[in-house]
Write a protein that binds this ligand. Structure first.
Ligand SMILES: N[C@@H](CCC(=O)N[C@@H](CS)C(=O)NCC(=O)O)C(=O)O
Length: 341
């Protein structure tokens, strides 16, 4: 009798603990109750996430925050953007300060496991590069022995930099600065010979942050020294929210494959005979229910920000970057969404 009671008490406690954990991890419910998504973005990287003078954020990473808000709340404007340095971003997500990160963050094994986080899907396949002042006459990264290199801490950039120089038997002096404006200022004032980060970041910083009219004084070297698959991140322990963010990303890619755009989505939903498009847009119900969302989840996301190609065109070509591997798999790239069914 006694031991039965003990077992009963123990299992009640276990249920209670599980209940608490489950409650604490219901991010979708939390976002609905709050009426907005809190999205962690970078402090200001043109093309990815940057605020204008009125505090309005734009960029590819910003668009994925909006898409998730639209899928959950029916309104892509219901987002609070939280600017985070590379160093701050994982703690902010782990502690619940933000619901998700959409912040040029590279998917790696340790981040996806030991940090207690889950990567969702890749929104931009990138790689690390080097930028130097043209006047140095450097043509290849292999000529950088002895260089002073500007880099931000808490990044894969810092680690790859050390690997690359070591494996090429070269020496370097790192200038490690957390604040983006400060590291940019250090590089453009000549405190470092080299700036290293994701190639997309280099293109953005060269275009948007070089002293006025001086972008052409800087060159990006041809070597890409790493793989940097960038995409949104959520916390471990909430499968539904992981699924939601992941499938919102896939929905934008699938929409591009089908030619569904922000402009034609509503009309497509009623006019199309394509069963895949009907499932995606909710005119055949089921996908929304499976995610625990309204059947208009993908429709709302696409209406808010468009398909992947539209998101790309709005944000990236201005940086002078080609679509490259980020093209659809059917057009020579590696952007591929599993089927929405
Ligand atoms: N993808 C790399 C680098 C990400 C990163 O934070 N890059 C810097 C340099 S482009 C950045 O975005 N800084 C923006 C900021 O600090 O707000 C990573 O995940 O570690």
């Amino acid at each position: 009798m006694r031991s039965t009671t003990k077992v009963a008490v123990a299992s009640a406690a276990a249920v209670l603990m599980m209940g608490t954990a489950a409650y604490a991890q219901k991010t979708v419910e939390l976002i609905k109750a709050r009426g907005e998504l809190v999205c962690g973005v970078s402090t200001g990287l043109g093309g990815f996430s940057v605020p204008d003078s009125a505090g309005k954020w734009t960029g590819l990473d910003v668009d994925y925050c909006k898409a998730v808000a639209a899928a959950i709340l029916g309104d892509g404007n219901k987002v609070k953007f939280q600017a985070l340095t590379a160093q701050q971003r994982f703690t902010a997500l782990q502690s619940g300060e933000v619901d998700m990160l959409s912040r040029n963050t590279t998917w790696t094994l340790t981040r996806d496991t030991a940090l207690g986080l889950n990567f969702t899907a890749v929104t931009y396949y990138d790689g690390q590069g080097f930028m130097v002042p043209k006047k140095l006459g450097v043509k290849s990264a292999k000529e950088l022995d002895g260089a002073t290199v500007c880099v931000q801490p808490g990044t894969t950039t810092e680690l790859n930099l050390a690997d690359y120089f070591r494996s090429n038997n070269m020496k370097f002096t790192p200038v490690v600065i957390e604040n983006l404006q400060e590291v940019n200022a250090a590089f453009f004032s000549g405190r470092c010979d080299v700036y290293t980060t994701d190639a997309s970041g280099l293109a953005s910083i060269r275009k948007n942050d070089a002293p006025k009219g001086k972008s052409d004084d800087y060159v990006i070297l041809p070597e890409i020294i790493s793989k940097e698959p960038l995409g949104p991140v959520v916390r471990h322990g909430d499968d539904q929210f992981l699924d939601v963010v992941k499938w919102v990303i896939f929905a934008t890619v699938e929409a591009e494959e089908y030619g569904v755009t922000s402009a034609n989505a509503a009309k497509m939903a009623t006019d199309t005979k394509n069963p895949g498009i009907k499932r995606l847009l909710g005119s055949t119900p089921g996908m929304g229910k499976a995610l625990g969302l309204d059947e208009a989840w993908a429709m709302n996301a696409i209406k808010a920000v468009g398909n992947y190609g539209e998101i790309w065109e709005r944000n990236i070509p201005a940086l002078g970057l080609p679509r490259g591997v980020n093209n659809l798999w059917s057009k020579g790239g590696i952007m591929y969404a599993p089927p929405v069914r």
